[in-house]
Write a protein that binds this ligand. Sequence first.
Ligand SMILES: NC(=O)c1ccc[n+]([C@@H]2O[C@H](COP(=O)([O-])OP(=O)(O)OC[C@H]3O[C@@H](n4cnc5c(N)ncnc54)[C@H](O)[C@@H]3O)[C@@H](O)[C@H]2O)c1
Ligand SMILES: [Zn+2]
Ligand SMILES: [Zn+2]
Length: 481
Amino acid sequence: MAGTETVLLYNFENSPKLRGLKMIFLKMGIRMRMVTPDMYLQTIGALAHIKGYEWTDQVYEGDGFSDEMMVMSGFSNARLDELLRQMRKNKIPRIALKAIVTAHNASWNSLMLHGELGKEHAMMTGGASSSQNAMMDAVIYKGKGQFALEQRKIPSIVHPKDAIVKVTLASICTSDLHIKHGSVPKAVPGIVVGHEMVGQIVQLGSQVSGLAVGDRVAVNVETFCGECFFCQNGFVNNCTDANGGWALGCRIDGGQAEYVRVPFAQNGLTKIPDNVTDEQAIFTGDILSTGYWGAKISEIRKNDVVAVIGAGPTGICAMLCARLYEPSQIIAIDIDESRLALVREHGIAHVTINSSDSDPEQIIRQITDGRGADVVIEAAGGKDTFQTAWKIARPNAIVTVLALYEEDQILPLPHMYGKNLTFKTGGVDACDCSRILELISDGKLDTTCLITHRFPLKDAMKAYELFENKEDHVMKVVLKP
Ligand SMILES: NC(=O)c1ccc[n+]([C@@H]2O[C@H](COP(=O)([O-])OP(=O)(O)OC[C@H]3O[C@@H](n4cnc5c(N)ncnc54)[C@H](O)[C@@H]3O)[C@@H](O)[C@H]2O)c1
Ligand SMILES: [Zn+2]
Ligand SMILES: [Zn+2]
């Protein structure tokens, strides 16, 4: 009996089925170690790593159990029943199962426990390293003007409401460039950047419900507690928690990496429907949320004429979401002909206007019997685009400003007196991700045409160079860890 080799980690005192399994293990003389739900996943991950075992975070649904099976988590109940049956019949070689872990919920919130585990590791391995040393690739904000691909520790759960997500696809956002250029004062040098990603849950804190290890999820750009005044009113961008608002990849480590820790995981992660691919879901938490929110707050009515300034990723998401309200026309305005061409190619807008060689105000007046657009969404952030926005709006229109300007803007109230405009501005309240994924799943929203370039995470610096220099008509770049 390989008593020193075989360790059963368990935290299933409350389950009769699992207690049965424990008894069998005891009879087999397998060394047992009680771990709290807080530490079990971290523990098996670490053990697997140290002992060179194959380690999977997938729920096991395969046929039977073999000598090869070493470390596993997330057994489904059906597989567990089968395992029990086979073990009772003595069909499974006694030393085959080096470690079995069976619970689904875990978190790692105590450094003390980590220390204790470290001792266990030392005991098992004769002083070898622990999981604290497991490393990953990550894009780091080094300081103004500098990003670099570096090795970082794989994150672990620090709060019971956290989740650890294995990133399967990340993207680069214009806001990442704002960080690089030093124009995001809250950005903390040294952090892992990236706030638009999808992945798979590999660890869950003990206070996260409604999600399971193995779930494919879209990560929300915003972290929100769900409990403060603003969260209760849906204004999650202004969540008053210390990590509230845009924290990921700005104030705390983000997702241009192999793994990311997501605080308030229950609010910040949304399950991706099975028929939706990573590329279809990638923009859910950031630019698609922005487009969705922008269209929503613009109060678009059926048959409205909606003008969107900026045919960049954000503007295009706004156009795609504006369509959901059945406007009579969507007018896309940009100075970049290749972007307008993409809009035409995919039928995203009814009319495109290149404002570098024609006057949008004049054209829109022609289209609208001299009135102007019923709704204007400004998603360009150019030098003159705020002025264009209010000028092309008809009296009593709603003008929604999604753009983030690097300079102050002038609101020339005397000139617009009597036009009775309503301005709406701000950072997205990204709390409609479930609805967005449903629309994607139903084929009503498709942003895959925005992905013009794909790079492995290892080539992130090349990807940044291309994105920053707007080479090769780049729209969106995705990074695959
Ligand atoms: N409010 C939010 O929560 C939120 C979220 C995401 C992005 N944003 C902001 O939205 C804006 C757009 O983001 P993006 O990723 O699409 O950026 P982008 O730079 O890719 O797109 C901007 C588009 O505007 C066009 N443009 C620039 N100057 C123009 C001008 N003078 N006239 C007409 N078109 C002009 C550009 O050619 C480009 O196609 C940025 O300011 C970004 O910071 C805001
Ligand atoms: Zn962004
Ligand atoms: Zn809150």
